[in-house]
Design a protein around this ligand. Structure first.
Ligand SMILES: CC(C)(COP(=O)(O)OP(=O)(O)OC[C@H]1O[C@@H](n2cnc3c(N)ncnc32)[C@H](O)[C@@H]1OP(=O)(O)O)[C@@H](O)C(=O)NCCC(=O)NCCS
Length: 374
């Protein structure tokens, strides 16, 4: 067994062969030429982690390094996707070996948290948990009132990202992105056939939303998933009937992070009753609790009295996390610590003074992967 390691340039075709054998729809979505050119993106050459046997890539995990900003406090995160092992090599621990390697490597590179595009046993055995509290709502043109503003949507392309970026920059919880980030992400970033809509009012951009058919569905599927949005929530709702009509879709499914109270308030005033859920298909893995809390110190300072701030401390030994407030200490494994920090229906309770001191802070508002999905 050779690896886990980055692929050499002459192994990229073998990596592509593994990815295409695992997800045959890549060959339907992209031309052979597109595939061969996209797999040569630097992100695959540098941050794919592979195992090679008999000269063939037999197992792979793609990693991407990013930063997230919560109310202006940035911290490093990583994401993994493209997790696959050749059929005849499965159940020998290859993906588990690469995953452990990625956890060690991303932690050493300073990432505080890992986004994982899946929730199977492989990930849960490595302390991945359902990602943050969300509310799901389904909207049809009939359930939406007539637009209350002159906001109009128009279809844009990935080349228009710099226009959308100004709206995204104003989001309180977001990924830190560069203007060219879509060209630097992994090759399948647009495999869900995202439809990008800029919403304008009197010619000025006020919101955008990105819709797509459900994963794996036919493009003619009458459902649209809201994959990402930014800007005025009222303008988003005003433009939704026109977007559904333009795409021939009958309904939109929205997963709204529980911290987006402005959007949830608007939806409830329409009579919609969003149902509690988690972000479908994704889990998260806490990597470094004390590092995360250190990076968020200015956010904590904005929310907590100085006396509490001085008393709070966080530590981590292996997969055990320690929360302390003065003399009161509580230990949790990484999975439960992630549930406490980012919120989950099954999160354990912090005891007494710790719960009181940290209640203004937790759950932290984590951004949805959106266009950072891999
Ligand atoms: C998912 C996939 C990558 C796993 O690859 P693999 O090399 O067989 O993985 P491993 O041998 O490390 O683990 C296989 C299973 O054994 C389990 N396992 C490994 N060691 C174990 C142990 N000591 N005790 C109990 N279970 C164990 C793993 O948790 C995993 O469970 P899961 O199938 O419920 O996820 C592979 O099945 C695949 O390519 N599937 C198709 C693509 C896919 O679905 N990718 C994941 C997208 S989210």
């Amino acid at each position: 067994m050779d690896g886990p390691r980055a692929p050499r340039s002459d192994e990229l075709d073998s990596l592509l062969d593994l990815l295409s054998a695992t997800w045959p729809h890549f060959a339907r979505r992209y031309t052979e030429r597109e595939l061969r050119s996209r797999i040569r993106r630097p992100v695959h050459r540098r941050y794919a982690r592979i195992i090679v046997e008999d000269g063939r890539v037999v197992s792979n995990i793609q990693t991407i390094h990013n930063r997230v900003s919560i109310y202006g406090s940035p911290f490093k995160v990583a994401s993994i996707g493209g997790v696959c092992t050749r059929e005849q090599s499965r159940n020998r621990g290859l993906a588990g070996t690469i995953l452990q390697h990625c956890l060690d490597e991303t932690t050493a590179r300073g990432a505080r948290l890992l986004y994982v595009s899946g929730g199977r046993g492989l990930y849960r055995r490595h302390h991945c948990v359902d990602a943050g509290p969300y509310l799901h709502v389904e909207l049809t043109p009939d359930s939406l009132p007539p637009p209350t503003s002159s906001a109009t949507p128009r279809r844009v392309t990935a080349d228009d990202w710099p226009t959308l970026a100004r709206l995204y920059q104003a989001e309180p919880s977001r990924f830190v992105r560069t203007a060219d980030f879509l060209a630097r992400t992994c090759f399948w970033w647009d495999e869900t056939r995202p439809e990008m809509w800029l919403v304008e009012s009197s010619g000025a951009p006020v919101a955008y939303l990105i819709t797509a058919p459900p994963w794996g569905a036919d493009p003619a599927d009458p459902t649209r998933i809201l994959g990402e949005y930014a800007g005025s929530r009222a303008a988003i709702l005003d433009s939704l009937p026109a977007i559904l009509q333009a795409t021939g879709a009958a309904r939109a499914k929205l997963a709204i992070p529980a911290h987006d109270r402005a959007f949830l308030h608007l939806l409830s005033s329409l009579g919609a009753s969003p149902a509690p859920a988690t972000l479908f298909g994704h889990t998260i893995r806490l990597l470094n609790l004390p590092g995360l809390m250190r990076d968020l110190r200015s956010h904590l300072a904005a929310l907590l009295p100085r006396a509490d701030l001085r008393q709070l401390s966080f530590d981590q030994q292996g997969t055990t996390c320690l929360f302390a407030c003065g003399d009161q200490r509580a230990e949790f494994d990484l999975a439960d610590a992630a549930r406490i920090v980012f919120g989950a229906p099954d999160a354990p309770q912090l005891p007494g003074d710790l719960a009181r001191a940290l209640s203004p802070v937790f759950p932290l508002p984590l951004p949805a992967p959106g266009l950072n999905y891999i």
